[in-house]
Design a protein around this ligand. Structure first.
Ligand SMILES: [Zn+2]
Length: 160
């Protein structure tokens, strides 16, 4: 009896594990679904650029860099379309635009709350997890306003 119970428990456990595991479907199909869920029609350009953006982990890209990658991938997409698509993705919540003064806009595929290191010499951005920045002493917003989001940019330079 005890053995039977164990077997049932194991089976239930396995079913639970399978249920919580993300679907291992076709990545392009998943990308199309991601676009649709964000309210965007999965056009050829959006799928091609989405593939370059979301296909290999979190990244911070400029429109120019993405345009260059699209060219290498023979996607045949104009720079204007790359700009438009990046802004559409940002408005749909799939990307976050990072403001770096004096530089080109960067688009972050990590839309969760986090902060950045900026290597001033190269313009490279690196993520800082939200938990690594203590904002508990942050000043309150002025009367009638609330803080929507706080993004810390920590500028780095080479030690002299
Ligand atoms: Zn980031």
């Amino acid at each position: 009896m005890a053995a039977g119970l164990t077997l049932v428990d194991a089976e239930a456990g396995m079913k639970a594990a399978v249920a919580t595991k993300p679907l291992q479907g076709c990545p392009v199909h998943e990308l199309r679904s991601k676009l649709r869920r964000a309210g965007l029609r999965p056009t050829r350009q959006r799928v091609a650029l989405g593939w370059l953006l979301f296909g290999r982990g979190d990244r911070h890209v400029t429109a120019e860099k993405l345009y260059e990658e699209a060219g290498k991938a023979r996607a045949n997409i104009s720079l204007a379309t790359v700009y438009n698509t990046l802004h559409q993705f940002t408005e749909a919540g799939l990307l976050r635009e990072i403001a770096v003064d004096g530089g080109k806009a960067r688009f972050d595929t990590n839309v969760a709350n986090h902060h950045h290191f900026l290597i001033e010499e190269t313009g490279v951005l690196m993520d800082i997890p939200a938990a690594n920045v203590d904002l508990s002493q942050l000043t309150a917003a002025p009367e009638g306003l609330e803080i929507a989001r706080v993004e810390v940019l920590v500028r780095l330079r080479r030690k002299s």
